[in-house]
Ligand binder design. Structure first.
Ligand code: FCB
Length: 457
C-alpha cells in the first residue's frame, strides 16, 4: 500500500478527551461538584438522566488508557484538567491529590513516548464559582488566571503544551443563552458578558502561564469556529451569515488576535447590552500572543434570512437568522458530514491570521457502534468520515495552511454532555457496564495513518 497523501514531517497525531466526559471518580480525593455535576442531576437536562459520576472510569484506569494510546502510536494526547479536582472551591491553594493525578498521567504518557497537551478548562466550572455569578461575572476570569498559575506550578515540569479554554462559544452561549449546557441559564445579555469574560480569562491565563512555565512551553486556545454558509447569495441571506460569523467566530477571534470588538457585533447586540462591562485595557489583556490556535470542527452551519424559534444560542440574531439543514449524510448526532467546511476554515485562517500555526484539536464523529458476537466493533462510517476530513486537512496544507497537528475526538466513548452515554465518539468502544475497552476498526485504521504519516490509497 502506498501513501497517497503524506503529511509534513513532524506532524502531530493525537487523540483528545475531556475530564468530565471520561474521569468519573466525581467525589474522590477532595473533588467538589462542578456545574456539570449539578446540571446533569436536573430532571430532563441530560438524556436518560446520565451523569459523569463514573463515566469511563478513567481516573482508575488511566494506565490502561495510556497503554491503548501507545498501541495506536499517537504522538500527542490532549486531556483536560478538572478545575474542581485541583482547586475545589475555585479559590485558594491547590489540592495536591488532584494535581498528583495529572502528574501521574503526564509521567505515564511521557514514559509511553506521548506528549501531554493539557487544556485548563473544558467546561467543568467549580459550582461555587457559578453560585457567585459564573462566567458573566468578571471575577471568574481573575479566578481562572489564578487557577492557571496553580496548575502550571504543579505540572509545568512535565507538560509543555497548554490550552487555556476549550470552545468558549459553547460555554457562553450553550451555557448561558440557550441553556442546553451547564449551568443551564437562558439570559442572552449575560451570555455576551460571559463571552467577554472568557476572552479576558484566556488572556489573563496566557500571562499567568508564561510567568509560571519554563521557557519554550507553548500556550494556545481552542475555538469551535463555525464554517458559516449563506443559503443563497441574496443580501438578506448573506447578512444572516455575517451575524452568525460575528457571534460565532469574530466575537473570539477579534479580541484574541486583534485586540478589538467587531463593530457589527456591537451594533447587532445593541438591544441587549452596551458592552460597558468591557473596561479600559481589557482588549489589550485579551490579545496576548499565543503560540498556536486550536480548532474544533465537526460540521458546517447553513443560515438564511428568517426567524429562529425557540431557545437560541445566538443573542440578538433570532429575528434575522434561520438555521437550515445542510444537505448530505449525517452522523448519529444528526450533524451533516461535510469536510469542505474544515478546508474553508483552515484556508480562511491561513489568510486572516498569517503566522499563527493551526492545530485541529478535535474532529470526529458519533455513530451507533456496538460490539458484534465476536467482540469486534466495525465502524466503516467513522473511517469514511475521518478519511474525508483528513483529506480536507491535507488539501488545506498543500494550499499553504500551517496546520501542525490533528487530534481525533475521541479516544474513548464517553459522556457526550446533554446526550449522555448514548452518543459514541470513541475509536475505542467502552462497555459502560463492565468498563471493557475494545478498539474499533477505526482505531486500527488511525494507527495505520499515524504509522505512515498520511493516508493510503
Ligand atoms: C465538542 C466538545 C467535546 C465533544 C465534542 C463532540 O464541542 O468540545 O467535548 O463533546 O464536541
Amino acid at each position: 500500500m502506498t501513501t497517497a497523501l503524506r503529511f509534513p514531517d513532524g506532524f502531530r497525531w493525537g487523540t483528545a478527551t475531556a475530564a468530565y466526559q471520561i474521569e468519573g471518580a466525581a467525589s474522590e480525593d477532595g473533588r467538589t461538584p462542578s456545574i456539570w455535576d449539578t446540571f446533569s442531576r436536573l430532571p430532563g437536562k441530560v438524556r436518560n438522566g446520565d451523569t459523569g459520576d463514573v463515566a469511563a472510569d478513567h481516573y482508575h484506569r488511566m494506565s490502561e488508557d495510556v497503554a491503548l494510546m501507545k498501541d495506536l502510536g499517537v504522538t500527542d494526547y490532549r486531556f483536560s484538567v478538572a478545575w474542581p479536582r485541583v482547586q475545589p472551591t475555585g479559590r485558594g491553594p491547590a489540592l495536591q491529590k488532584g494535581l498528583d493525578f495529572y502528574r501521574r498521567l503526564a509521567d505515564e504518557l511521557r514514559n509511553a513516548g506521548i506528549r501531554p497537551v493539557a487544556t485548563l478548562y473544558h467546561w467543568d466550572l467549580p459550582q461555587e464559582l457559578e453560585d457567585q455569578g459564573g462566567w458573566p461575572r468578571r471575577e471568574t476570569a481573575e479566578r481562572f488566571a489564578q487557577y492557571a498559575a496553580l496548575v502550571a506550578d504543579g505540572l509545568g515540569d512535565r507538560v509543555a503544551t497548554w490550552t487555556t479554554l476549550n470552545e468558549p462559544w459553547c460555554t457562553a452561549f450553550l451555557g448561558y443563552a440557550s441553556g442546553v449546557h451547564a449551568p443551564g441559564r437562558t439570559e442572552p445579555a449575560a451570555a455576551l458578558r460571559a463571552a467577554h469574560h472568557l476572552n479576558l480569562a484566556h488572556g489573563l491565563a496566557v500571562d499567568a502561564l508564561r510567568a509560571a512555565l519554563p521557557r519554550g512551553s507553548e500556550v494556545s486556545l481552542t475555538l469551535n469556529l463555525h464554517a458559516v454558509r449563506a443559503l443563497t447569495e441574496s443580501a438578506a441571506d448573506r447578512d444572516a451569515a455575517r451575524r452568525v460569523d460575528a457571534l460565532g467566530n469574530r466575537i473570539f477571534l477579534d479580541p484574541v488576535f486583534h485586540g478589538r470588538l467587531p463593530e457589527d457585533l456591537v451594533a447587532d447586540t445593541a438591544g441587549l447590552t452596551d458592552w460597558s462591562f468591557v473596561r479600559d485595557g481589557d482588549l489589550a489583556a485579551t490579545s496576548r500572543p499565543v503560540d498556536s490556535l486550536g480548532i474544533n470542527y465537526y460540521s458546517p452551519t447553513v443560515v438564511a434570512a428568517g426567524r429562529h424559534e425557540g431557545p437560541s444560542p445566538w443573542p440578538g440574531a433570532e429575528p434575522h437568522v434561520r438555521f437550515e439543514p445542510a444537505p448530505g449524510p449525517r452522523t448519529a448526532m444528526d450533524w451533516p458530514v461535510d469536510a469542505n467546511g474544515l478546508h474553508e476554515l483552515l484556508t480562511r485562517l491561513r489568510d486572516e491570521l498569517p503566522g499563527v500555526p493551526l492545530v485541529i484539536t478535535e474532529n470526529g464523529a458519533a455513530y451507533d457502534d456496538y460490539a458484534d458476537p465476536e467482540g469486534d466493533v466495525h465502524d466503516p462510517e467513522r473511517v469514511a468520515y475521518l478519511r474525508q476530513h483528513l483529506t480536507a486537512v491535507h488539501r488545506a496544507v498543500a494550499e499553504g495552511a500551517d496546520v501542525r497537528g490533528y487530534f481525533l475526538w475521541s479516544l474513548l466513548d464517553n459522556f457526550e454532555w446533554a446526550y449522555g452515554y448514548g452518543k459514541r465518539f470513541g475509536i475505542v468502544h467502552v462497555d459502560f457496564a463492565s468498563q471493557r475497552r475494545t478498539p474499533k476498526d477505526s482505531a486500527r485504521w488511525y494507527a495505520g495513518v499515524i504509522a505512515r504519516n498520511g493516508l493510503a490509497d
